[in-house]
Design a protein. Sequence first.
Length: 180
Amino acid sequence: MIAVFVAGLGIAPPSASPLLLLKERDGERVLPIGIGPLEAHAIAMPLQGERPPRPMTHDVFTEVIAGLGGHLRRVEITELTDNTFHACLVVDQAGNEHSFDIRPSDAVALAVRTETPIYVGQAVLDQAGIIPTELTEATGEPESAEPQVEIDESKLSPFKEFIDTLDIDDLGPGTGKDPG
């Protein structure tokens, strides 16, 4: 598993769908994940230090885990199948680890609330991770020296175009910064 952090949130053209960007802690690849607008809002709020007047579902879920004596240990994005990302929560309760299937957007929303580490499986990052073009051109290095899993590039091109236009340092407060 590869450690990542939330590099930002944006809009993916041409669909105008929200896009979650996870960046390797020790690398240049960015993993774009299409998410819903409500999930984007749930991730953005804690990153910007905002607290709603009433708790959102992710806030309640965090309280339930803690109230039952659990602790969110890590979030893992484990698989990419048929253009769908899969994730799991790893929760420790009384020294026992429990794994729960969850949508990646919900997992990240919980992770940013609890400052929990986020990991992506090597195969997932190899399959869908992107090195922004400007970084590739600046270093003169190919996108990857490792063999890639064959994927349908046409489905990723809107994400690549969007990522190539981003300046990760300018994505706004609470984003684009490696927390650790």
